[in-house]
Design a protein around this ligand. Structure first.
Ligand code: ZN
Length: 377
C-alpha cells in the first residue's frame, strides 16, 4: 500500500492508526427502554431506547429514540409541518446572517462541480437520464452541473419554501412544484428516470412513505440518488450532551432521522431498489472523535431554547437578497462547454473521495447512495 509507505516515511503509521481506531468505533449508543409516542416509521416498533432529549428552538421539546429492532433513530414525537416551517425559517435567517455572499457563491460553485462529477459517474455506467426530479434543491447548482453534462435534460424541483422555488425558476428555468417528499403527487407517477435527494432524507417525517413515493415517480429501471449524514456520527453530539450533562441539547437544524447504514439499505431494498453505489465518505470528523470519543468538546450545545419568533421578528429584514447571477458564478476558467473534460478533471481534483467504506460499519461522515428501481411499489 503506497499510501501507507508515504505516511511511514513521514513517521506516521497510517495502517496501525486505522486499526486501533476501528477497534473503538463505532461506540455503542444505548439508552433506557421506553414506550414510544409514535411507532417506528421503518418497522412499526412500539418501544425504543431514549438517546437524548432535544429542543427544537423554543418550538418543541422531543426525544431521540433508537428502535431496538431496526436501529433507526428518530425524533419522537415528530415535528409537525408548522413547527418545521417556523424552525427552518429561523435557521435560514441565522445562517444567512453568518454566511457572506462570497461564501454562498462558492457553495453554488462547489455544488455545480459535484453535479458535474455525478453526471460523469452516471455516464461511465451508461446511464443517461432525460427527466429529473430533485427534492429540496437549495441553490439548484447541483442539477445545473448535471445539466452541463447532459444538456438536454428536463429538471423539476420540489420544495416547501416559496423563495427556494422562485430562485430555481428564475435562475435555472427549472419546473417547480411546492410540496414535501412525504406527500404523494399523482401527476409524477412514472415521470422521472432519476430522483435526487441530497441532504433531504434526514429531514423527512416518514421515510417509508417518501421511498414509496420516489419508487412510484420513477420510470421502470429509474434511479434514486441521495446523500445523507451517517446517523451514528450525526446523533453522537446529542448522545454526549445527554450522558455527560444530563441536559437537553439544541436541535436547531431539523435532522429528525439518524440512519443506520445497514437499516437504510434494508428499507431501500424493501421499497423496490437495489444498490448500485452505496458507501460512506469523509472521515475527518471520525478522526476527531465523532461517533466514539466521549469528549465534551464534541457535544451539541446544552439547550437554551432559543426564541425563534424573536429572531424572525428582529432579524428577518437584515437578510439581504443576494445578487445571484448564474453567468457570473459559473464564469470560471475551468468551466468549458467545448472541453468538458477540463471541467470534469478540475471538479474531481476538488471533490473526489479517495477513501470510501461500507455504510454498514457506521463509520464516517456522509453516506452516498445510487440505487436502481427494480420493482414497482
Ligand atoms: Zn424500527
Amino acid at each position: 500500500m503506497c499510501l501507507n509507505r508515504l505516511f511511514l516515511t513521514l513517521g506516521f503509521d497510517f495502517r496501525k492508526k486505522m486499526k486501533s481506531l476501528l477497534r473503538k468505533i463505532p461506540a455503542v449508543i444505548d439508552g433506557e427502554l421506553i414506550e414510544r409516542e409514535e411507532n417506528c416509521r421503518i418497522c412499526n416498533g412500539k418501544t425504543g431506547k431514549q438517546i437524548a432529549v432535544v429542543d427544537y428552538w423554543d418550538i418543541k421539546t422531543s426525544r431521540l429514540i433508537k428502535c431496538p429492532t431496526c436501529d433507526h433513530i428518530q425524533l419522537d414525537p415528530m415535528l409537525n409541518d408548522a413547527e418545521t416551517s417556523k424552525g427552518c425559517f429561523a435557521y435560514y435567517i441565522e445562517e444567512s446572517l453568518i454566511t457572506s455572499n462570497e461564501e454562498q457563491f462558492k457553495n453554488c460553485e462547489r455544488n455545480f462541480r459535484r453535479g458535474v462529477i455525478f453526471g460523469y459517474s452516471l455516464k461511465s455506467k451508461k446511464i443517461r437520464p432525460h427527466s429529473i426530479l430533485e427534492l429540496g434543491p437549495g441553490s439548484g447548482y447541483f442539477s445545473a452541473g448535471l445539466q452541463f453534462v447532459f444538456p438536454g435534460i428536463e429538471i423539476t424541483v420540489m420544495d416547501i419554501n416559496r423563495e427556494v422555488l422562485n430562485f430555481n425558476q428564475e435562475h435555472h428555468k427549472y419546473n417547480i412544484i411546492r410540496g414535501i417528499p412525504d406527500n404523494f403527487v399523482v401527476e409524477f407517477v412514472g415521470k422521472f428516470d432519476l430522483v435526487i435527494a441530497r441532504d433531504i432524507i434526514e429531514h423527512v417525517t416518514d421515510i417509508s412513505k417518501v421511498l414509496s413515493n420516489v419508487n412510484q415517480y420513477l420510470t421502470p429501471n429509474g434511479y434514486f440518488h441521495f446523500i445523507t449524514p451517517n446517523g451514528h456520527e450525526d446523533v453522537w453530539k446529542h448522545y454526549l450532551t445527554a450522558i455527560l450533562t444530563h441536559s437537553s441539547s439544541e436541535l436547531l437544524i431539523n435532522h429528525v432521522n439518524y440512519y443506520d447504514g445497514k437499516g437504510l439499505n434494508k428499507i431501500l431494498v424493501q421499497k423496490g431498489f437495489i444498490p448500485v453505489d452505496y458507501f460512506t465518505y469523509q472521515f475527518k470528523t471520525t478522526l476527531h472523535g465523532s461517533g466514539w470519543k466521549k469528549n465534551q468538546k464534541l457535544m451539541s450545545p446544552v439547550s437554551k431554547r432559543k426564541n425563534a419568533d424573536l429572531l424572525i421578528k428582529e432579524k428577518a429584514k437584515e437578510v439581504l437578497k443576494s445578487e445571484f447571477i448564474k453567468g457570473k458564478i459559473l464564469d470560471k476558467w475551468y468551466i468549458q462547454k467545448k472541453a468538458k473534460w477540463i471541467t470534469c478533471l478540475y471538479s474531481l481534483y476538488h471533490h473526489l473521495s479517495l477513501i470510501t467504506i461500507n455504510p454498514e460499519l457506521n463509520i464516517g461522515h456522509e453516506i452516498y447512495g445510487l440505487f436502481k428501481k427494480v420493482n414497482n411499489q
